[in-house]
Design a protein around this ligand. Structure first.
Ligand SMILES: Cc1cc2nc3c(=O)[nH]c(=O)nc-3n(C[C@H](O)[C@H](O)[C@H](O)COP(=O)(O)OP(=O)(O)OC[C@H]3O[C@@H](n4cnc5c(N)ncnc54)[C@H](O)[C@@H]3O)c2cc1C
Length: 486
């Protein structure tokens, strides 16, 4: 009989079975103690997995001894999803990076540690394409992308990670191996636990192999940048372009505040002579003929709706346009020690109201807030800049954030469109669901991870990132008496 209160005995077993995959040096533990949210919590051990089966072995021991296990890809999560907030073991899967592209079946089979840019480059050699492209694609892994149902710029035309996952292999919390879905285009056999795992942030199972759908690689692109009189005009673009039969592969919005900020940062005007106003970055892709024809229609639309615009016919020109989008983010980072990137999502026709809400919050709380992002999906990133050392400013920023989240939910949206809940969004996630929905999610968690070893402290816990302290309520029914939300 194992003693669940004896983590040392568990670690000894882990060493015995996994040998030099288990690291306990301070450097390794520290390296794996935080992610993109930059809240650090030391694990007791790091397991650098070399073979699929080691995941099962580690989980079996962890489950017997109730050791928390945090699965990790590249650690680029912006929500603390990969932070081992309750200590225990970190399962580092970045070494499981086998990758094969099966051209005949138009699929890729890959280990969870495969980096998205490498997957895209390998597929492109066969004229194939894996479209989801988070801005972190040069370092984030497919395992992390599946766990967060990652999005990115091209989702407006091609969809999110979930739309490309055909089959998953991996391990349940007790170390048993499972396969969800198959390498087929269709699957209607039994419960769809594959899709339950996608977006479950490492709390329901560990992915060790994924089969992904690939599509034909679009060979040509053209990029446009336009400046618009108002948010109403800029944010009517998803609907207006659709009516014209245009399906951009990228449709990005930058608000007036962001343009003002980046122009001050780079010291030049993006469109000389035009005051800071909302902008759209639009990319068309497809065959040469498609891109040519659609460019004519988009040019006409720009002429009728934009104050000024330009398009890129060479890669260099396109890079200059992309610089505007990149500088939007980098200029904000110069403003304060903390930049919170909130990836909220609202229905397409509520985006103007979201931007108006942000304008109001800026004024009411005196906090610097810039909005940019994927307006083709209603997934606008709201960035709040404040100085964490300044307690009074932090309080104002947190109050603004709370109001933002409530408004997003009121507008029929969600507090996260692509980053997940992790730790950072736990103070707001309860408001998103009514009691029945919340209980159903907890029941799923209890069924698949009864000892709560998989990424404990995430999604359900209430964690206060501002005080860096946790109030563990996981698997309790603390919120039972709250008013259900519609
Ligand atoms: C500069 C920058 C830009 C970004 N841009 C975008 C963007 O455009 N779109 C977007 O969606 N995100 C973006 N992100 C966020 C981040 O890159 C994504 O959330 C990404 O999916 C995380 O991948 P990762 O490999 O780093 O996973 P990690 O950060 O290591 O882990 C993330 C979550 O996945 C779980 N997990 C990891 N691997 C597995 C596995 N094999 N099985 C089960 N669970 C697992 C972890 O436990 C954790 O909960 C950005 C981040 C940065 C730093």
């Amino acid at each position: 009989m194992t003693d669940p209160s004896n983590p040392q005995a568990a670690l000894e077993q882990l060493h015995e079975q996994l040998g030099d995959c288990v690291e306990t040096s301070f450097e390794q533990r520290e390296d794996h103690s935080y992610d993109g949210l930059k809240i650090s919590c030391l694990p007791d051990a790091v397991i650098r997995v070399k073979e699929d089966s080691q995941v099962g072995m580690a989980l079996k021991i962890a489950n017997e001894y109730s050791i928390p296990v945090t699965t990790r890809g590249a650690g680029s999560s912006l929500t603390g999803g990969a932070t081992p907030i309750q200590g225990g073991w970190v399962l580092d899967l970045s070494g499981l990076n086998n990758l094969t592209v099966d051209q005949k079946n138009q699929v890729a089979r890959c280990g969870p540690g495969v980096v998205i840019a490498d997957l895209q480059a390998e597929a492109a050699k066969d004229g194939l394409f894996y479209p989801p492209d988070p801005s972190s694609k040069k370092f984030c892994t497919i395992g992390g992308n599946i766990a967060c149902n990652a999005g990115g710029l091209r989702c407006v035309k091609y969809g999110v990670t979930r739309d490309y996952v055909l089959a998953l292999e991996g391990y349940l919390a007790n170390g048993e191996k499972v396969r969800w879905g198959r390498a087929t285009r269709k699957f209607a056999t039994g419960y769809n636990l594959r899709d339950l795992w996608v977006g479950s942030e490492g709390t329901l199972g560990v992915v060790t192999q994924a089969t992904l759908r690939l599509i034909d690689l679009p060979m040509f692109t053209r990029t446009f940048l336009g400046v618009f009189e108002s948010d109403e005009v800029a944010l009517s673009s998803p609907n207006e372009l659709r009516k014209l039969g245009l399906r951009p592969s990228i449709l990005e919005y930058l608000d007036q505040w962001t343009i003002d900020c980046l122009q001050k940062y780079v010291g030049t005007e993006v469109f000389p002579g035009v005051d800071p106003k909302p902008m759209l970055l639009i990319e068309l892709d497809g065959s040469e003929r498609e891109v040519e024809e659609h460019s004519i229609d988009l040019t006409k639309w720009m002429k009728s709706r934009a104050l000024a615009f330009r398009s890129a016919s060479t890669a260099d020109e396109a890079e200059k346009i992309w610089d505007v989008r990149r500088q939007g983010s980098s200029s904000m980072k110069k403003l304060a020690s903390t930049k919170l990137n909130e990836d909220v999502v609202v229905p397409l026709d509520k985006q103007v109201e979201l931007v108006q809400c942000v304008d109001g919050l800026r004024e009411k709380f005196g906090i610097k807030i810039g909005v940019f992002g994927h307006c083709g999906d209603g997934n606008l990133h709201v960035n709040l800049m404040y100085d964490e050392e300044n307690a009074e400013e932090t309080t104002r920023a947190v109050a603004a954030l709370k109001e933002l989240m409530s408004r997003v939910i009121e507008l029929g949206g969600a507090i996260s469109g692509e980053h997940g809940v992790g730790l950072a969004k736990t103070p707001f996630v309860r408001e998103q669901f009514n009691q029945a929905e919340w209980s159903a999610m907890l029941a799923v968690k209890q069924a698949l991870d009864p000892n709560n070893i998989l990424n404990p402290g995430k999604i359900f816990d209430v964690f206060n990132p501002w005080e860096q302290k946790k109030i563990p309520v996981i698997l309790s029914w603390e919120h039972e008496n709250e008013e259900p939300k519609p």
